[in-house]
Design a protein around this ligand. Structure first.
Ligand SMILES: Nc1ncnc2c1ncn2[C@@H]1O[C@H](COP(=O)(O)OP(=O)(O)OP(=O)(O)O)[C@@H](O)[C@H]1O
Ligand SMILES: [Mg+2]
Length: 391
């Protein structure tokens, strides 16, 4: 790139002695640049108006001083490379030339004419390098700006992600708490409804006592929420009979869902000792049995049937729920335990039941497996570490 607009570069030679000017022109005849020879300062000013890259000028011209010419060249082309030729070197000229950042200072007549040629070539080379550097700098600055923009976008995105993850966390927590509260509440409502139809004072009293128990567990869950920041460990676990937990859980579901009598069968030979939170283990039972009842009672199976069984082997206590519902499509099996996975109509399921089951069992060092085929019903199997002593 040059001031003259081409890629060749434009050299302006200025000297008012025709012999010198001719010699200079002759030296640069073979060069790739556009060479313009000017016999006066005025002519040079006019030529420079059409562009100048390197200016080689005599210092003492008849009309305009060589140093003044350099000043004007700078206005036209800030990165012009000026060289000055002078017959008598004075310190003043040298200083002034330096001040003007003249590329080089040549004595006239030159001792070696090729020295002039070399210096002009160097001037063009230096200029090309400077221009390349400047272009590089522009590109670098632009890239830097782009990088900075990208970093900023990344940061904003990250902040947004953190925020939405926090929100999602809070949402999951809130929905989880709601779900946990809803199962004892479920019990309270079922028992309260049973009381409405019950005349037997002893039974009513028994139901009321259970309502008190369920209300207490709601209180515990709410209290747990306030302690949520602490990680929930294995503290507070007690010896539990899984058979009792299963029986209680099934009864709860029976009361609340009003399944036809005989639709749920329970086979649980206690004691089945394990260590855990009775409340939480009951939630496991309730969620699995409730799902089974919902699947079996979907109207697709002729006679809804849910079988619940609990037993023990040497190292584990087990509990299984089988239903004759529609079964689970294979594609859904991988997602069953994910929070919010549900195939139920909005308002009918939150998709948290199995996630809570999974979380509780993991915390109790237990596990859950599912066996299901479309049209063949579903079997959920749960196991928990067996404790040595009976409760
Ligand atoms: N016994 C079952 N038979 C058929 N499908 C089941 C059974 N148990 C679970 N599922 C499927 O797994 C999904 C997730 O169950 P999960 O208990 O987590 O949520 P939900 O029952 O949909 O809602 P919620 O339990 O919160 O009321 C159900 O929507 C259903 O598609
Ligand atoms: Mg459920």
């Amino acid at each position: 790139m040059s001031a003259s607009g081409g890629t060749r570069g434009r050299l302006i030679l200025v000297d008012d002695e025709p012999a010198v000017l001719m010699t200079l022109e002759a030296i640069f005849a073979g060069e790739p640049w556009e060479v313009v020879a000017c016999a006066s300062g005025e002519a040079a000013v006019e030529a420079m108006g059409r562009g100048v890259d390197v200016l080689l000028t005599d210092k003492n011209l008849g009309d305009i001083n060589g140093l003044e010419l350099i000043r004007r060249a700078r206005v036209i082309q800030p990165d012009v490379m000026p060289l000055i030729l002078t017959g008598y070197a004075s310190l003043d000229t040298a200083l002034e030339a330096m001040h003007l950042e003249v590329f080089d200072y040549l004595l006239k007549p030159p001792r070696d004419i090729f020295d002039v040629q070399r210096k002009v070539r160097q001037a063009f080379e230096r200029q090309a390098m400077q221009r390349e550097n400047a272009a590089l700098l522009v590109r670098l600055t632009e890239q830097n700006r782009q990088l900075e923009r990208a970093i900023q976008e990344q940061r904003a995105l990250q902040a947004e992600l953190i925020q939405s993850e926090k929100l999602a966390g809070i949402g999951t927590l809130a929905a989880g708490i709601a779900h946990e509260v809803s199962s004892p509440l479920f019990g309270v409502m079922g028992l309260a409804e049973a009381i409405l139809d019950e005349d037997d004072q002893a039974l009513v009293r028994g139901y009321a006592r259970e309502i008190v128990d369920y209300s207490r567990s709601i209180k515990e869950i709410v209290q747990e929420l306030t302690r949520y920041s602490r990680s929930r460990g294995s503290d507070g676990m007690e010896l539990v009979d899984l058979a009792r937990v299963v029986e209680d859980g099934v009864r709860l579901v029976g009361l609340a869902t009003k399944v036809p009598t005989g639709a749920i069968t329970v086979e649980a030979q206690g004691p089945l000792p394990t260590r855990g939170h009775p409340n939480e283990l009951q939630q496991v039972v309730v969620n699995l049995v409730k799902n089974a009842v919902e699947a079996a009672g979907d109207g697709l199976s002729p006679a809804p049937a849910v079988q619940v069984r609990a037993w023990a082997d040497a190292s584990w206590v087990w509990f299984a729920v089988r239903d004759n519902g529609e079964g689970i499509p294979e594609a859904n099996l991988d997602q069953l335990f994910d929070p919010f996975f549900t195939t139920k109509a909005p308002g009918r399921g939150t998709g948290l039941g199995l996630n809570i089951v999974y979380r509780i069992l993991t915390k109790h060092q237990g596990s859950v497996t599912v066996h299901s085929r479309l049209g063949e019903g579903t079997l959920f199997e749960v196991r928990l570490p067996r404790e040595a002593a009976a409760p």
